[in-house]
Design a protein around this ligand. Sequence first.
Ligand SMILES: [Zn+2]
Length: 88
Amino acid sequence: MIEICDRCGARIEPGDIRYLMRITLNVDDGGVITNPIGDEEVDRIIKELQNADPDELEKQVHEELSYIICPRCRRDFLSDPLGRKAFD
Ligand SMILES: [Zn+2]
């Protein structure tokens, strides 16, 4: 089965090397324990959660993405995994 690189759109023929890239993003509080919050703050957070899209909330805590990429895109990705060049 011919696949398409999710990044550059190159055709990946049967037998060609391809890479499965999995990205997992988990929320991390950095080990910082926040100060106890007051009742008003709790009410505000509950209201916010009630109005929020559950899928979006879930994504903010944990998200997994997966892509099929070609060898060239693998090389490009590894040379700048965080896209830092965009900030130069
Ligand atoms: Zn590619």
